[in-house]
Design a protein around this ligand. Structure first.
Ligand code: GLY
Length: 420
């Protein structure tokens, strides 16, 4: 079958790498892709949020299956338009994508299905929001209701920071995403992510992971999209996974189905674990980035079979064949990220690495410029390794990082510390 992946990051490179290995995949396209993805797929210059462009490409190139990577095309309804045109699609509808596109909607679903989560208030008015903050006190979490490119969550350790966040959000710093806010109780515990596929009714777990959000070693510095990740997450024991499925995930899937907006795709379940109790922090309607990189490293070619079973509504009975393995990814970012950074710096040394089922470098922000590989983003490379233990995966990943020659880049040296 001919397959099109929408997106251009490390997540999409990992998806393309896994899908490419499955003999069911004939032609593989990625739109728009990047320099790394170009090694495993045909990159095409399409706007992933423009349904008409995507549909025309699918019809011209006999595309049988579309996998949507990022949240923006999902929130824009690209999955709906593809399905309406009869194209098999992996990714939730616009209505179901509200589980990420509206924080207030997620809370409403949790209330309706009694999924454990933090206490909260939802406000469309700055003064009412501030009064709530003063009443609750700090620490407290302020979230822009809509999609804000990962920047819409402020964990305020003091009241003034929370009040300033309200001014920022209602002042337009987050565009329309900040027109409404959700203010949440600060949850203590250990964070972990759980990934499931759902075909609208059935749920298939596809792995657990933990990422490192802060830019620098020791969980210091500014928040980022993730500087590294590993899978599995030891904090998510089998019993906790079952509890999460029973108390949070299945009730959510049932509630979405009951409302006539079934959830079809991958559900990224962000959890806080304390005293053996999981509580929902957030849902995302896509694979995490860089969590997808470690999940794909572990799943390999069978990822395509699982995504197809999901899109074709036959997840019940579908099985993942797990190896007893671990994967870890180290993100190489441009110096200055997540603030300002230089673009166009050359990366050398990737040809010194031995790629295979235990090591791959997924590209997140690269292009080829005059025969040189250059960085064009904040997070640029994801050096991802697999091993029989987390330590083995970590050693393999860092040994590969050492071979990469990119003076303008930086990385954390302690990915996986919590689990080791
Ligand atoms: N790594 C966090 C995310 O993908 O949202």
């Amino acid at each position: 079958m001919n397959i099109l992946i929408l997106g251009s990051g490390g997540r999409e490179h990992a998806l393309a790498w896994a899908v490419r290995q499955n003999p069911k995949c004939d032609l593989l396209f990625c739109a728009p892709g990047n320099a790394g993805i170009a090694n495993v797929a045909n990159c095409v210059a399409l706007d992933p949020e423009d349904s008409a462009e995507v549909l025309e490409f699918c019809s011209d190139n006999a595309v049988d299956f579309v996998i949507i990577g990022p949240e923006a095309p999902l929130a824009a309804g690209v999955a709906d338009d593809l399905r309406d045109a009869g194209i098999l699609t992996f990714g939730p509808s616009k209505a179901a994508a509200r589980l990420e596109a509206s924080k207030a909607f997620t809370k409403e679903i949790c209330d309706a299905c009694k999924a454990p989560t933090s206490a909260y208030g939802h406000f469309a008015d700055a003064e009412a929001a501030k009064a709530y903050i003063r009443m609750q006190g700090a620490p407290i979490v302020v979230k822009a209701d809509g999609l804000a490119a990962g920047k819409g969550v402020i964990v305020a350790m003091d009241e003034q920071t929370a009040l300033d966040a309200i001014d920022d959000m209602f002042g337009g710093s987050f565009g329309t995403a900040g027109a409404e806010v959700v203010i949440e109780e600060f949850m203590e515990g250990e964070e972990a992510s759980f990934f499931v596929l759902s075909d609208g009714t059935s749920v298939l777990p596809i792995g657990t992971a933990q990422d490192h959000k802060r830019a620098y070693d020791g969980d210091q510095g500014p928040n980022t999209g993730g500087m590294g990740a590993y899978s599995p997450a030891p904090v998510l024991t089998e019993a906790l996974v079952q509890k999460t499925l029973d108390e949070i995930v299945q009730p959510t899937i049932d509630e979405m189905a009951k409302r006539g907006t079934p959830y079809e795709g991958v559900l990224y379940v962000g959890l806080m674990i304390k005293d053996g109790q999981p509580r929902l922090v957030e849902y995302n309607v896509r694979f995490g980035d860089p969590e997808c990189q470690v999940l794909m490293m572990r799943l390999g070619a069978q990822a395509l079979d699982a995504l197809l079973a999901c899109a074709e509504h036959r997840l019940a009975g579908h099985q993942i064949h797990w190896a007893d393995d671990h994967a870890l990814t180290v993100v190489l970012a441009a110096r200055g990220y997540p603030g300002t950074y230089q673009k166009g710096t050359e990366i050398k040394g990737l040809d010194r690495l031995r790629y295979g089922s235990k090591l791959h470098v997924f590209h997140a922000g690269t292009k080829v410029d005059q025969a040189k590989l250059v960085a064009i983003g904040g997070r640029v490379l994801n050096v991802t390794a697999r091993g029989a233990s987390l330590q083995e995966a970590r050693d393999r990943a860092y040994a590969a990082v050492e071979l990469i020659d990119w003076p303008e880049g930086f990385y954390r040296t302690d990915i996986g510390w919590r689990a080791l």
